[in-house]
Design a binder for this molecule. Sequence first.
Ligand code: AMP
Length: 283
Amino acid sequence: MKVIRTIKDIQRELNERRKEGKTIGFSPTMGALHNGHSSLIAQSIENDDISVCSIFVNPTQFNEKSDLEKYPRNLESDMKILDEIGCDILFAPTAEEVYPPDFVSFSMDLSGLDDLMEGKKRPGHFAGMIEVVHRLLEIVDPEHIYMGQKDFQQFSIVDYMLKTERMKTELVVCPIVREEDGLAMSSRNTRLEPNIRKRASNIYKTLKASKDWLKYIPVKYAVDKAMNALDISDFEPEYFEIVDGFTLKGIEDYRKSDYVVACTAVWAGDVRLIDNMIYKKDS
Ligand code: AMP
């Protein structure tokens, strides 16, 4: 695997590959890689000729400085993982490389998709996320971008950007990879205290249970019941919402929506975890 640090070098490398007629698949990450990330790269390897993974802990999408500082970083072991899967190129730029002094920031109206759920709780997060994804796409210019369903609102917003800006890159969404007990894999899981980690699968269990509850009770009661189920010692649910998968707005009647997703954010001790489950998607 080639490890590339500068924009000039990655563009030179990818231009060569493009001349050979190769397609490029791109998986942006913030490192501390686990099997969730690996699944994106494995999908990219299957679909595209050249697979690029970026590792960049983007300062502009952290609204809490302490969260940015605490974010786990282990480039050495990440390189090993990527090498073993068969990733072709790791792009690991510095912040100065991504945001040089003459950088012209990208922003766009996200049609309210950024005001809901995560957007309410993390002001500025999606503006920072969209800015970095746009920047990385400008640099890598891939045929496909691979993102996880784990960050439902994130990929929905990226999809909106790609379509609204008529960018050539197509989004491929990969399913959530979970631990054996159901906890969604996350780089943040390593920060969970053992006695909290043991009970963190309650998030997955609640997501599954609330789908059943919807057979018998209205959405708003299922939401209240889920919030109660998540309100256990050391845990604090921030939100549990049952939304339309296209608009991300809360729904009232399960039967009236073709695409229903439950999304939640829960504090587990001092670690904030997010998860979601698609309840219904009629094509
Ligand atoms: P991150 O490094 O957390 O910014 O995540 C980089 C990409 O990996 C995003 O597209 C995430 O949605 C995806 N991802 C993270 N965790 C998982 C998971 N457990 N399953 C599938 N994709 C994931």
